[in-house]
Design a protein. Sequence first.
Length: 98
Amino acid sequence: SYFEEKTVVTIVSKEKETFGKGLLVGKGEGKMKVEQILSSEKVEKGNLIITNIEGGDLFIGEIEDVFQNSGEVFKNVSVKRYYNPEELNTIFLVRGRI
């Protein structure tokens, strides 16, 4: 059994162009996906997934695959995470542009 967690995330290109928002869902065993992305959003493999914490952006991972059924209002993506959150002790958030 696992506990399913959800948080709002933003999808951006590597050039920091914003493509939309969705709901990050942790599915246990290190698996994550983003749901409820509007079909009109132009998300693709390699786009970055970030969330905002305390006014700073935290990179979660990047899109591995995009899933959309014809005629559906929303699409989903699978996410390759950049790190294992269970192994983190301290996170430094840098505010502003890097």
